[in-house]
Design a protein around this ligand. Sequence first.
Ligand SMILES: [Zn+2]
Ligand SMILES: [Zn+2]
Length: 340
Amino acid sequence: MNRGTELPQTMLAMVVEQPGRPLVRREIPVPSPGPDQLLVKVNACGVCRTDLHVADGELPKPKLPLVPGHEIVGTVVRVGSRVDDFRPGDRVGVPWLGHTCGECRFCRTDRENLCDHPAFTGYTLDGGYAEYTAADRRYCFLLPEGYSDTAAAPLLCAGLIGYRSYRMAGENIDRLGIYGFGGAAHIIAQIAVYQGKKVYGFTRPGDSAAKDFALRLGAVWAGDSTEMPPEPLDASIIFAPVGSLVPLALRATAKGGTVICGGIHMSDIPSFPYNILWEERTVRSVANLTRRDARELLEIAPNVPVRTEVELFSLSDANEALSRLRSGRIQGAAVLIAES
Ligand SMILES: [Zn+2]
Ligand SMILES: [Zn+2]
């Protein structure tokens, strides 16, 4: 099965060696694929806020040393002995969900995103801040044609987890608030507008570029996160990792509405009076994704069509991409690209 492909022994990778310190540029062995794995040459890898939380040591027990990155678009170059559904040359996406047990009570009830024994790409498994990665074929997806490698990368986490968050808002909503207008928001806003929802964009106070961005993507209103929208919202999604947004979003939400926290990490939520939760308002989080979320999002994205805005960085400049994401200086999504 390895006929004809000469692969190098080693590859460039940007590695988390010590959380809280910058990533380190290393030459490490090219992984060899296990029986159910694909070896993928990475063409593009999105930079997600979760990568920041991993690099900063805000998430427990990462694999160390770790190659982060879980919005991987690449070309299959080798397949494991049990793989019969992908071939060398296929273009695949590798998302955050890297493995589930298939046996726990969550897997058995269609909630594999909550699996008791999961593995996550770029967190507990090596990911895509490298020239190659090995990934379990069962969690890889063929990508819609019409998307370049770099345009497809943000769909794989910003898109997928954003889409799951959006699904949790419910079908019968009219007015959707989005707090934090970055990678996930810019994808979800387009889908929501396409489905006839009114989108209200909330940004860091004074961030006029982000407000313009929200309006350009079809938001009917954009304002500071501390402002109240002109009408109460039916649901809000908070993508910014800022707990003080939860009571603000609740105050902006109509009776029966839902506030969805779409991130893996958030600063503490301040206490708030019960009356802003009263009348059947809900606060909930969204964790990970299921493969169903991925199939749905990858089907709907080309119909909208979702256009992703990306800023490109070379793989060696991963630290620069992360620091710009940390300080809110990325419009849309940052994507790392191979250097040759
Ligand atoms: Zn499980
Ligand atoms: Zn992510």
